[in-house]
Design a protein around this ligand. Structure first.
Ligand code: ADP
Ligand code: MG
Ligand code: ZN
Length: 611
């Protein structure tokens, strides 16, 4: 993944690292010298308690005493005693007298490790360097443009880019033609506002890219930086709102000041929702004050400049529903450009972009790969190509094969195969029948996607096996019949288990969850139940992010919904069980084959089913 900041950073903080590294190593070496080495060289020291020491002194057994800060070293008078002795220091004012009386030579040393230079370095220079180091890190986080100077505090950390530095163009963005076209249109205005003014057309000040994560919003903005040939400021919403109160607003002010100087130009605010969230929601603690100030500043800056000045504010978000309404008013982000998940053609095109620098084997069919990935985002596709390439390297191949790519799809869907997880025979049989149950039901229904693969190799995601179905074409609309068929297919696994073993296992948990979700949306959102008809019972909070919904109904209606969902699933289950019973012979035959082979391709499965 290519984060904006990572790719586009102008100065390179890496260059500063080695100096710190040397300093750290330098001081570690000094510390080693001071503490460790003396200890090593004093191996032949015997530790005794203070009482023993005093006794030896009184017995005139002690020859010489060296008093260190933390311990006392002494040698014995006896000729055959080569040892050095050591004991702790105790506050003992009578000791000197005692030593004197016993005729012992004694000295007090200034300990080696306390040499003034070292003390100075340890107590002054090291802390200062650590302090500077931490300060640098903090400054970089606060984003003072990397100068590390506290005086630039509050300056915008948006960086100016020219096309060459970014190195992305619209060729790197596959699909998304509407978005590209709309943006180029606006860029035209930046270059020749006259043509537009003559007719009296006003260009939008703000353009908002909205769409699910990973669809290429940030990428499109980067590419626009390359295409537009005007200065391009880029900043992420989260960079505005950082540690200290007041810096966000100051940064917005500074950003717009810089932009005005450089106009015509484009200001890109990625992840706008980080500052643009509706004001006044979320909190007693007042933790949002900072964000609100930043947002207010942004709003007033956008009002403050004339569109004729040639500043285009481009922003991106995947959470348009949380944005403050004021941001979406005319004169602010009044133009929305949707950046949607790619369809089949676009997925193929995106794959093509990402395999440009990858060596592909003859057998690779990108169309087939694209078909297997309905609902995948551009980021997912990029990821799959990379996984495939890594796999090819792992197996020592010179080029990426179709198998590599298909396997990497499965890795993305289900995780890596678990080599060391061997199923008990019992469980393996259950999983084999379960999966073949799914596949049989899928194959025996008319409106359901063909089976592409069945496998019972355990995966790191925890899945013990799965049946992969691949639609021939991308479908936008699903009929009621298709949805019911899907639920029935999901029921097929459990139905097979019940028929064959007359007992059921926990293996169907995921199937049940998915089936319930489908049945529920059919009732609450798609108007596909007889009881409720076309009544909206739920709304979706964010069209781009998952299943987060709000129930719109009274509590007793909610329990009726549950009944309806339950009914739907029950009917489908019965249907699945019926189908399995009708094909019991095939079920056994194919399950036994799967048990042995662990993986069956869709083609092989259909052959076995039809012969
Ligand atoms: P977003 O900002 O919408 O969350 P990104 O722009 O960060 O998504 O996309 C992440 C990565 O996915 C891109 O760097 C690119 O490698 C890939 N990608 C996404 N969409 C496309 C596309 N339309 N064409 C080519 N690559 C794409
Ligand atoms: Mg992004
Ligand atoms: Zn299942």
């Amino acid at each position: 993944m290519m984060g904006m900041t990572k790719d586009m950073k102008k100065e390179d903080p890496q260059k500063k690292q080695p100096i710190y590294l040397y300093l750290v190593i330098f001081f570690v070496v000094i510390l080693l010298n001071a503490y460790i080495f003396p200890a090593i060289s004093e191996k032949s020291i015997k530790e005794v308690d203070y009482g023993t020491f005093l006794k030896m002194v009184d017995d005139e057994n002690v020859d010489e005493v060296i008093m260190n800060q933390n311990f006392i070293e002494f040698t014995s008078t006896s000729e055959n005693d080569e040892l050095k002795y050591k004991t702790g220091v105790i506050d003992d004012p009578g000791l000197v007298d005692r030593l004197h009386k016993a005729n012992v030579k004694f000295t007090k040393t200034i300990p080696k490790e306390n040499s003034p230079i070292l003390t100075f370095i340890l107590s002054w220079i090291v802390p200062i360097i650590i302090f500077l180091f931490i300060g640098q890190l903090l400054m970089r986080r606060i984003g003072t443009g990397g100068t590390g100077n506290a005086l630039t505090f509050g300056k915008s950390n948006a960086r100016v880019y020219v096309e060459a530095e970014v190195g992305k163009s619209f060729d790197d963005v596959a699909g998304q033609d509407e978005a590209k076209e709309a943006l180029l249109e606006i860029v035209k205005f930046l270059h020749s506002p006259q043509n537009f003014k003559e007719i009296g057309a006003k260009m939008p000040k703000g353009v908002l890219l909205v769409g699910p994560p990973g669809t290429g919003k940030t990428l499109i903005a980067k590419a626009l930086a390359g295409e537009s040939k005007v200065p391009f400021f880029s900043i992420s919403g989260s960079e505005f709102v950082e540690m200290f109160v007041g810096t966000g607003a100051a940064r917005v002010r500074d950003l717009f000041k810089q932009a005005e100087e450089k106009a015509p130009c484009i200001v890109f605010i990625d992840e706008l929702d980080a500052i643009g969230k509706r004001r006044g929601i979320g909190g007693i603690q007042g933790g949002n004050d900072e964000r609100e100030q930043t947002l207010n500043q942004l709003l007033s800056e956008m009002d403050g400049f004339d569109a004729d000045k040639g500043i285009l504010i481009l922003a991106a978000t995947n959470r348009p529903e949380v944005l403050d309404k004021a941001l979406l008013r005319p004169g602010r982000f009044d133009r929305r450009i949707p950046v949607e998940l790619p369809d089949l053609t676009a997925r193929k095109a995106i794959l093509k972009v990402h395999v440009r620098d990858v060596k592909l084997a003859e057998d690779v069919d990108l169309h087939e790969i694209a078909k297997m990935l309905p609902g995948a985002s551009g980021a997912d596709l990029a990821n799959i190509v990379n996984e495939g390439a890594l796999r090819a390297v792992k197996f020592g191949r010179k080029a990426v094969t179709q198998e590599d790519l298909e396997e990497s799809i499965e890795v993305v869907i289900a995780g890596y195969p678990r080599k060391n997880k061997v199923l008990q025979k019992n469980d393996k049989w259950t999983v084999a029948y379960h999966e073949v149950g799914h596949a049989l039901v899928a194959a025996k229904q008319s409106h359901s996607a063909p089976v592409h693969k069945i496998t019972i190799v355990p995966r790191t995601s925890g899945s013990l096996g799965y049946t992969l179905q691949v639609e021939e074409t991308d479908q936008v609309l699903m009929s009621k019949e298709q949805m019911l068929n899907k639920i029935t297919t999901l029921m097929g696994g459990r139905a097979a288990e019940e028929l064959v073993f007359n007992r059921i296992t926990s293996g169907a948990a995921n199937d049940i969850e998915q089936a319930t979700k489908i049945a529920r949306t059919m009732v609450t959102r798609y108007g596909m139940s007889d009881n409720f008809g076309m009544m909206a019972l739920e709304t979706v909070k964010n069209p781009y992010l998952g299943e987060d919904t709000t129930l719109l109904v009274a509590p007793d209606t909610a329990s009726k919904i549950d009944e309806e969902v339950q009914m739907t699933i029950k009917t489908c289950y019965d249907k699945a069980l019926e189908m399995i019973k009708d094909n019991e012979g095939k079920l056994h035959e194919i399950a036994e084959y799967l048990f042995e082979e662990e993986t069956i391709t869709g083609k092989k499965f259909m052959e076995k089913l039809n012969d």
